[in-house]
Design a protein around this ligand. Structure first.
Ligand code: BES
Ligand code: MN
Ligand code: ZN
Length: 491
């Protein structure tokens, strides 16, 4: 990962980046943008040269606007003017992302930060740089040249070390979630996923892990996970991971859908819908990455994370449409569509959390329905909770992290669609509002912790079709940044 360090004196000046901001039109005058005064005076002449470029290049200063001036034979050899908009965290995140992409043929850059540099600026910039420079590649060939190091010129480097470390951990965990999600399903068996998390956790003191295989799952009655995983040559697992610091006051359970590939099962998906179903464990990837992050940052909150892991395949041992499944705890589901598999594994995990773990709060993340994108488009998760405070706290964390979610209704009128003649519940209502009815189904498994539960259907924002700001094409790691913000604020 790209090295980022704060410095009070420039060491190498290959490329010098100077921030530019819009001028408030109310201030009068003709200019629409100006250089942001730097904390550390740039080399002789560069400020004047850059100041003249701002009007000449008709810069507006909007976040992510970028202009490069070549200076052959001089030092620095390039001056880069970077728009930082309103100077807030999200503007700096966007600016950092653009910079990371535009500087890929440079190995080293120096950014002259403003004199007043709050932690949010450092955090946004660092996350933007580290997240946008992410690439997933499985090849022996050399990749394109990548930016290797960034120096941040600031007045007091020591004051920013902690902020940079937090942003680095957040970005590293987001990149870990992206790696897990991008990995092809031929590699990514349920056991492989558990192994990756076990290896990552070994570097972090204080994490406890348990992996249940088919025999343990059968002995304890995890019928949803066993049914969904029954058609695969790579059997299901339930990963349980706990971060339990001595100073914790709140116990949070995180649950993530971990379908390592979703063919739809016997109710098989058509080709276009199946194409990206290796990402159907993005919820599991996000919750394990956030938990590793909580341990790395030593957040004072107890977190128990459950990821039911299974591959939804088509085979002679696959569960069938119309089968009745007995979940952990005894509730039964009629499964008329084997493609509604995520909720079946989540149901087991939710009941286990409610009955055995008795947490204060439960949050689940799942690539649960295609209807998420129908309702909210490609970038926004659907959030469900009956607890207004919990919903507000999570929405605030999502916003601060630069991700997006929208609260959706748990319409009681639609509960009737969950009625089955032969089982307690019907898992796949065919009426509309697919994301809402999936959430209502999950709610049935929250028992007496119903108002302590929050569900995020993040199937849409778990993937980016192309590079966009800090997201690189492919898995986005959606939720890692939001969960870490929320966990840091929970009390
Ligand atoms: N994994 C899919 C949901 C999904 C779709 C995620 C597109 C990401 C992109 C899920 O298991 C599924 O197949 N859901 C069905 C539910 C239906 C059968 C009730 C769906 O959304 O069509
Ligand atoms: Mn499915
Ligand atoms: Zn699925």
């Amino acid at each position: 990962m790209l090295a980022i360090r704060p410095l009070a004196e420039p060491e190498r000046l290959d490329v010098l980046v100077l921030p530019v901001r819009p001028i408030d039109p109310a201030a009068g005058g003709d200019a629409s943008a100006e250089l942001v005064p730097a904390a550390v005076t740039p080399p002789d002449g560069t400020t004047e040269e850059a100041a003249a470029l701002v009007p000449a290049a008709r810069l507006s200063g909007r976040a992510g606007e970028i202009t490069t001036q070549l200076r052959p034979g001089l030092s620095p050899g390039r001056l880069v003017l970077l728009g930082v908009g309103d100077g807030g965290e999200s503007s700096w995140r966007a600016a950092g992302a653009v910079l990371a992409r535009s500087a890929v043929d440079e190995t080293h850059i120096t950014i002259a930060l403003p004199a007043e540099v709050p932690p949010a600026v450092i955090r946004g910039l660092t996350e933007g740089l580290l997240l946008a420079s992410y690439r997933f590649r499985l090849t022996d060939a050399d990749g394109p040249p990548a930016l290797g190091s960034v120096d941040l010129l600031v007045a007091d480097p020591a004051a920013h070390e902690d902020t940079i470390a937090t942003a680095r951990t957040t970005a590293a965990m987001t990149r870990f979630a992206r790696d897990l999600t991008n990995t092809p399903s031929s590699v990514k068996t349920p056991q492989w996923f558990a192994d990756q998390v076990t290896t990552a956790a070994a570097d972090l003191p204080g994490l406890r892990l348990t992996v249940r295989g088919p025999a343990e799952l059968a002995a304890e009655g995890f019928g949803g996970i066993l049914a969904v995983g029954g058609g695969s040559a790579s059997g299901p697992r339930l990963l349980e991971m706990e971060w339990h610091p001595a100073d914790a006051r709140t116990h949070v359970v995180l649950i993530g859908k971990g379908i390592t590939f979703d063919t739809g099962g016997i109710s098989i998906k058509p080709v276009p819908a199946m194409k990206l179903m290796r990402k159907d464990m993005a919820g599991a990837a996000a919750v394990v990455a956030a938990t590793l992050g909580a341990a790395a940052l030593r957040l004072p909150v107890r977190v128990t994370t459950l990821t039911p892991l299974a591959e939804n395949m088509v085979s002679g041992s696959a569960f069938r449409p119309g089968d009745v499944i007995r979940h952990y705890g005894g509730t039964t589901s009629e499964t008329t569509n084997s493609d509604a598999e995520g909720r079946l594994v989540l149901a087991d995990a939710l009941t286990y959390a409610v009955r055995q773990l008795r947490p204060d709060l439960i949050v689940d993340l799942a690539t649960l329905t295609g209807a998420n994108a129908v309702a909210l488009g490609k970038r926004t998760a659907a959030l469900y909770s009956e607890n207004d405070d919990l919903a507000a706290d999570v929405l605030a964390a999502v916003e601060a992290a630069g991700e997006a979610a929208w609260r959706m209704p748990l319409h009681s009128d639609y509960v009737e669609y969950l009625g089955s003649e032969i089982a307690d519940l019907y898992s796949a209502p065919t009426q509309g509002a697919g994301s809402v009815t999936a959430a209502l189904y999950l709610r049935e498994f929250t028992g007496d912790l119903r108002d302590r539960w929050l569900h995020l259907d993040m199937s849409a924002p778990s993937w980016a079709d192309g590079d966009q700001a800090e997201l690189s094409r492919g898995a986005t790691g959606w939720g890692v940044r939001s969960l870490l913000r929320w966990l840091a604020a929970v009390d």
